[in-house]
Design a protein around this ligand. Structure first.
Ligand code: HEM
Length: 421
């Protein structure tokens, strides 16, 4: 049998190759596949970074496969590629439990859980009821003038320079500044936060992850203590001094909530904006169509989101399940391969064509069901303002250096995107 480490260090296979690796005894050996290439782990320079996922929808490839690669908490997992199976994973929490898939803190022996993601059912509802009021369209809408002013200040710098690195100097920073203002974090730690977040989410090195987790949690706990002593108008202060189900939060609930918002709020919008503007810079006709009709922005945002999913959600089976004739066991981990399901022709007409006016666009990029992204309205507001200000104020733009159009079709997305006009 092949050694797991050797395969993990090797580049992802071209197709969903069958692998000779260990798996639980109930997993049929022909379903043990290398799907890393479809999970955003390989960069590409093509115009449509997700085009290769089409192969996974063909009749040659099983609709359910087993990925033997450990993902921190899961030794391996079932991979779902079809829209209806991913919908079930997200929406049927009686079968698919949301059990600590982002509880990275376990790596350093912490026992608190991420809130609200690591809970289901009544407990999850209690936490969402507590948090939702700060993330409604009305609540985030109150931030609109400040977000617009921030965006305009940042666009001014690009206009003065006649171009610049959109991914590094705009997308990476703009949503994080908005998030900092929301949470009340001091702006001096912005670069440090981004370093820690990168170490935790993208290095896949347990030692570096552990060091960054230790520093992040120490910083956040210090900040929480300060807000308990000196409450202010920031969201961190409101959360840690608030009441959940009529009682104060425990210390674990405070850090579990603030840490998970920290994880969710830093690079998700940045990655989305990077891919969005990459497409606009490479597709002159699309850019012009949107310039001519800014009312397309809301539907275009959904189409950008659909065609550039970033997150593969994990769930753990609460019961045995048979899907497409494959027997799965309670306790098995499963993942929704949104990079395939968002292009399933069973759910979307002409799924590979980018239609900024697409109607009823029920993609999974912001999830679905009870765990639908809490920050969705804020993310949409930020993306809408960025699109509107750039398309209104900046002349038609294109890539300054066509060689540098590398993108990871995932959360790592685009590090550099030099634009010129
Ligand atoms: C385009 C940007 C974003 C994307 C693509 C995104 C994606 C997602 C996805 C896929 C989930 C579900 C995870 C799962 O069920 O396994 C999720 C949940 C969540 N997101 Fe986002 N997110 C974005 C922006 C944000 C922002 C800006 C924040 C915070 C300000 C945020 C906070 C959260 C929280 C707290 C949850 C957990 C919800 C729950 O468990 O009920 N997200 N997000």
């Amino acid at each position: 049998m092949t050694d797991l480490m050797t395969i993990m260090m090797s580049p992802p296979a071209e197709g969903p190759a069958v692998l000779d690796l260990p798996a639980p005894p109930h997993v049929p050996r022909e379903l043990i596949r290398d799907v890393r290439r479809y999970m955003g782990q390989a960069p590409t320079t093509v115009a449509e970074p997700y085009e290769h996922t089409e192969y996974l929808l063909s009749d040659e490839v099983p609709p359910v496969m087993w990925s033997p690669f450990p993902a921190f908490f899961a030794p391996g997992m079932w991979i779902f590629t079809r829209y209806q199976d991913c919908a079930k994973l997200y929406q049927d929490s009686a079968t698919f439990g949301s059990h600590g898939q982002a509880d990275f803190q376990q790596l350093i022996g912490e026992t608190f859980k991420c809130i609200p993601l690591s809970f289901d059912g009544d407990q999850h509802r209690v936490y969402r009821r507590f948090l939702n009021p700060w993330f409604t369209p009305k609540a985030v809408g109150a931030m609109e003038p400040a977000i617009r002013a921030l965006c305009d200040r940042m666009v001014d710098e690009f206009l003065e320079q006649g171009g610049g690195d959109f991914a590094h100097d705009f997308a990476r920073i703009f949503p994080v500044r908005v998030f900092f203002d929301l949470m009340g974090f001091p702006h001096e730690v912005l670069e440090q936060f981004l370093v820690w977040e990168n170490e935790i989410l993208h290095t896949r090195d347990p030692q570096r992850m552990a060091a960054a987790l230790t520093d992040t949690l120490a910083w956040l706990r210090g900040f929480i203590a300060e807000k308990e002593a000196n409450p202010d108008g920031g969201l961190t202060s409101k959360i840690v001094n608030g009441e959940v189900a009529g009682r104060p939060l425990t210390a674990d609930e405070k850090i579990g909530t603030i840490f998970f918002l920290w994880l969710g709020g830093l690079d998700t919008v940045a990655s989305t904006l990077g891919q969005m503007f990459r497409r606009l810079a490479m597709d002159e006709a699309l850019q012009q169509r949107m310039r001519d009709d800014l009312s397309l922005i809301p539907s275009a945002i959904e189409e950008f989101l659909r065609t550039q999913p970033l997150v593969f959600s994990f769930r753990q089976l609460r019961t045995d399940l048979t899907l497409h004739g494959v027997e799965m066991k309670a306790g098995d981990w499963c993942s929704a391969l949104t990079s395939v399901a968002n292009f399933d022709p069973a759910a979307f007409q002409c799924p590979r064509s980018f239609d900024p006016a697409r109607k009823a666009n029920r993609h999974f990029t912001l999830a679905s069901g009870a765990h639908l992204c809490l920050g969705a309205h804020l993310a949409r507001l930020e993306m809408g303002i960025a699109l509107e200000r750039w398309l209104t104020r900046v002349p038609p733009f294109r890539l300054a250096d066509d060689d540098k159009r590398e993108v990871f079709p995932s959360l790592m997305s685009v590090s550099h995107l030099k634009l010129t006009w």
